[in-house]
Structures are given as structure tokens and as C-alpha cells.
Design a protein around this ligand. Structure first.
Ligand code: URA
Length: 224
């Protein structure tokens, strides 16, 4: 899902599927009358995302949670979707899971939160904090891909199964792939457990610690 046009087409196809269609040759988007390109700065992209109505979550969100941090960060953290605190503040990972993520960044990587960039697969809060549907994730994907293109991180840390799945297309259980390195297009992804999972399963913190040490080591290698 590289651009907005594809996201709009996909939205249309999902709608037709809900009506029972399994085939269509119709294309309602005329290239010459609409501009499907996404802006080339994070600031303008954030402004465009703030106006987004591509999926039903735009009706229930309070704020679009675009992401925040260093626009030239070497490390990009990608979570699942905003929760209630993120939806109210418009900032990613600011609830309990966010506090834990911040501690992990500071204590294990030795970086401050504003040296990295943090975002999510979905930019709007799902109803009842449900797991993003494929439709929502695919529709929102052009924003994330453009963020990656603009930030050009050396490493993307996928926080949890949802982030890993939508970044790589792979369905392997997160417990089997955590800490492993994946080359995807021009970027490198390392999956680990989501901080919310760690709040429920504190014993898994030691595995995330090991994964983040690997991140630190990789960053030292690429910096040389
Ligand atoms: N969980 C996420 O995946 N993202 C947030 O921003 C907050 C909690």
C-alpha cells in the first residue's frame, strides 16, 4: 500500500466486499482530477493526517496521533494504535505502556525519548482499544510508509505482533521472531514484545532487555 490512491481504492474494495461483491472493474478515482501524493515533510504529512477521514475511526477519535520525536531519528519505534490517553493528548505512548517504553529507551538504549521517533500502525484510536482490523491497518499504511521514507531510520523496532505483522506481512508468532532481524524494502526491522504485554507479563522484560541490547549493538555497528 504505497500511496493514498491505493488506500482509497482499497477502502472502496472493502466497502464493495461488505455489500457482497467479489469482483469489480470500476475505478472511481480519476488520476487527473485528484492529487494523491503525500507531502514531503513530516510537518505537512502530520497536518494531512490530522484531517484524515479514510476510515471509520475518524468519527470516534478525539485526536489523530501522528507520532513524535526526532525527524532524523536513527531508531523508529512502531506500536499498534493509540489508547485512551494518546487519543486525548494526541501523543503516542504516553499512558502506562508509554512510561515503560520511555524507561526502556532511557535505561537500556541510553537515549532520551526525543532522540528517537515513536509512532503506531494506526494513527487513530480503535473502538474499545480493539486490535486494528486489516482494513484499518492497510488504509492507514501510506502515512507510516511516508514517515519511514522521510525519517529514514537505520532501524525500526516493531513493538508487538500487530506492528511486526503489518510491517513485514509475516504472521509468525511474535515469541518466535522477537529479537530477529528482517530486511524489508530498504529498511531493517527488529521485533520485540509490546510494552502493554510487558505490563501484563513482567517476566518477559528480560527478553525485551536482550532485544534492546541487540538494537544498541546494531546502532553502534551502523554508526561506524
Ligand atoms: N499502545 C500503542 O501501541 N501505542 C500507543 O501509542 C499507546 C499504547
Amino acid at each position: 500500500m504505497k500511496n493514498l490512491k491505493n488506500a482509497l481504492l482499497l477502502k472502496q474494495l472493502y466497502q464493495l466486499k461488505q455489500f457482497g461483491y467479489s469482483y469489480t472493474s470500476a475505478n472511481i478515482y480519476k488520476e487527473d482530477t485528484q492529487d494523491f501524493t503525500l507531502p514531503n515533510t513530516l510537518e505537512s504529512l502530520a497536518k494531512q493526517a490530522a484531517q484524515c477521514h479514510l476510515c471509520e475511526l475518524s468519527k470516534t477519535r478525539t485526536k489523530v496521533v501522528f507520532g513524535e520525536g526526532n525527524p532524523h531519528a536513527a531508531i523508529l519505534f512502531v506500536g499498534e494504535a493509540p489508547g485512551v490517553t494518546e487519543d486525548t493528548t494526541g501523543k503516542p505512548f504516553v499512558g502506562r505502556a508509554g512510561e515503560l517504553l520511555t524507561k526502556m529507551i532511557e535505561n537500556v538504549l541510553g537515549l532520551s525519548r526525543n532522540e528517537v521517533y515513536i509512532t503506531n500502525i494506526l494513527k487513530c484510536r480503535p473502538f474499545n482499544n480493539e486490535i486494528p482490523t486489516p482494513e484499518q491497518a492497510h488504509t492507514c499504511q501510506p502515512y507510516l510508509l511516508k514517515q519511514i521514507e522521510l525519517i529514514k531510520p537505520k532501524l525500526i523496532v516493531a513493538l508487538g505482533a500487530t506492528a511486526y505483522h503489518y510491517l513485514t506481512g509475516d504472521d509468525t508468532d511474535i515469541s518466535k521472531v522477537r529479537g530477529t532481524i528482517h530486511q524489508q524494502n530498504n529498511y531493517t526491522i527488529i521485533p520485540t514484545y509490546h510494552p502493554s504485554y510487558l505490563l501484563r507479563n513482567p517476566s518477559a522484560k528480560k527478553e525485551v532487555y536482550v532485544d534492546l541490547l541487540k538494537v544498541k549493538e546494531l546502532m553502534q555497528t551502523v554508526a561506524q
